[in-house]
Design a protein. Structure first.
Length: 106
């Protein structure tokens, strides 16, 4: 408990440091999708095969459903673990949307 209180007391200092560094930074950067054609790179080809051909075929919902089923079976034994499995299922179901939002080429 003492370690937790120490971390809680340090939180305002960390937030103040982050705010000040953001205020005084000279350059702002954001994650954006590349503007040039990258279809001939190996990274794009791997992304295309894994996410566009395999993952978007409905496999993500099957995996998410299996994880939710597993979470449902784990609720009585360990509800905290079941919450983690449920969050993982939601992330897997929305992974392509998350990646597109972060700037991945779709």
């Amino acid at each position: 408990m003492k370690k937790l209180m120490t971390k809680v007391r340090a939180l305002p200092a960390v937030l103040l440091t982050l705010v000040l560094s953001a205020m005084f930074s000279s350059q702002a950067m954001a994650v954006t999708a590349p503007s040039e054609d990258l279809s001939d790179t190996i990274g794009y080809q791997i992304y295309d095969i894994v996410f566009n051909n395999i993952y978007n075929s409905g496999l993500q919902y099957v995996i998410a459903g299996c994880l939710l089923l597993w979470a449902g079976m784990q609720v009585k034994q360990n509800w905290k673990e079941a919450v983690g499995w449920g969050i993982g299922a939601m992330v897997i179901a929305a992974l392509t949307t998350i990646l597109t939002g972060l700037g991945a080429v779709a």
